[in-house]
Design a protein around this ligand. Sequence first.
Ligand code: FES
Length: 125
Amino acid sequence: MTPGIPRPAFYIFKCQQSAPPGMPKPSCVRQDDPESQQLFQHLAQSLMQKGIIATVQPVQTGCLGRCQQGPVMLVEPGHVMYVGLTKEKIDRIIDEHIIGGNVVEEYRIPDEMWAEPVPPSEVAR
Ligand code: FES
């Protein structure tokens, strides 16, 4: 039996939504905040430098629906949403959660903003 190509251990979905200037709604990438524009690149570079990019796949996404808490990213598996991101926070999440296996609770979205999901089978028509 030939070994297959391993699937990723994690996907990290980083919201890259950017609101146009003057738009009152907050967004994860902001024109007036250079660090917010560099976070995805920082994430990808850090995964590369640590040698884990093959098994941890960073994905750029649109809005993940928690704009007030931005910048945000979602780690799967686990449905772990991290909020208020900075480069330093991303580094700690990689070291402690992705490599170390322990969710960084203090950067996680508050429970009231991320309650239990509604099973589709309960609401499907
Ligand atoms: S803009 Fe990032 S969650 Fe909505």
